[in-house]
Write a protein that binds this ligand. Structure first.
Ligand SMILES: NC(=O)c1ccc[n+]([C@@H]2O[C@H](COP(=O)([O-])OP(=O)(O)OC[C@H]3O[C@@H](n4cnc5c(N)ncnc54)[C@H](OP(=O)(O)O)[C@@H]3O)[C@@H](O)[C@H]2O)c1
Length: 240
């Protein structure tokens, strides 16, 4: 069975993907910041007969990412899914009424941290486990992006901190795809849809289950044809 390494596995879209791939028999290295408090994930791991391994990982702690790579260095990892991400450091959620990331509200410390979690950490994760990916069958690295990272579709502005990190991660994954293609490694950014999680608002069109089911299909069907493309949860391509 294939092996998944995923960040932000304790809730939201990450937990949805873990639940579905665990049911399909995948072996899963599930990372989150506070495993002791990840009750649903703990329960799933307990019932999985050793199929799910939990790892504590704060993505702002880059040495910890490198240590995880060392821990996993003898494994073959088929898919790395850099799922974890933040909208902002304080409220952590999208609220159309908030103006905190609008023009005139630049918060340097927050912007830097959002960038570190959404862009730098996925690169560090990929670097930490690339040899484990290279020796697997599926050889796939996926990073969560957003429609808010599309430059073409940005006609309203606002949310500069978050938008720029997702545009940056698109650029990063496209470059990573070009660099790793000679080794047969598939890399792409993936927009999970607009999903009702803690990050997003209650009126978002997709449930976690719908988004996760689409993402799992994209994971299962990933090939070098997808590499370097701006993919969506339902297997379509976004405009950059
Ligand atoms: N929901 C949407 O509509 C939507 C749309 C477009 C893109 N996305 C993207 O999809 C991904 C998942 O989003 P979601 O809606 O599932 O969000 P969510 O419910 O807010 O979950 C975010 C996950 O990221 C983890 N995380 C945040 N900061 C972290 C850090 N410093 N270190 C380690 N883990 C950290 C959280 O852990 P804690 O529980 O410890 O905070 C949590 O597991 C994100 O990258 C997001 O940008 C979501």
């Amino acid at each position: 069975m294939p092996t998944l390494l995923i960040t932000g596995a304790n809730r939201g879209i990450g937990f949805g993907v873990v639940r579905l791939l665990a049911a399909k028999g995948w072996r899963i290295h599930a990372t989150c910041r506070q495993p002791a408090q990840a009750e649903e994930l703990q329960a799933l791991a307990r019932n999985s007969a050793g199929q799910i391994t939990l790892h504590r990982l704060e993505l702002l702690d880059f040495p910890a990412i490198e240590s995880l790579g060392v821990t996993l260095r003898d494994e073959a990892i088929d898919v790395l899914f850099n799922n974890a991400g933040v909208m902002n450091m304080a409220q952590r959620r999208y609220d159309p009424a908030l103006t905190t990331q609008d023009f005139g509200h630049t918060d340097v410390e927050e912007w830097t941290k959002v960038f570190q979690v959404n862009v730098v950490a996925p690169m560090k994760m990929a670097e930490a486990v690339v040899e484990s990916i290279a020796r697997s069958e599926r050889k796939t690295i996926i990073t969560a992006t957003s429609v808010m990272g599309s430059i073409r579709l940005n006609t309203t502005g606002r949310w500069h901190h978050y938008r720029t990190t997702k545009a940056a991660v698109n650029q990063m994954m496209r470059g990573m795809a070009a660099e790793l293609r000679p080794r047969g490694i598939i890399c792409f950014p993936l927009h999970p849809g607009s999903v009702r999680t803690e990050m997003n608002f209650a009126a978002a069109p997709l449930s976690i289950e719908e988004s996760a089911a689409g993402i799992v299909k994209v994971i299962e069907n990933a090939s070098l044809k997808n590499s370097g493309r701006y993919m969506t949860w339902n297997g379509e391509e976004m405009v950059w």
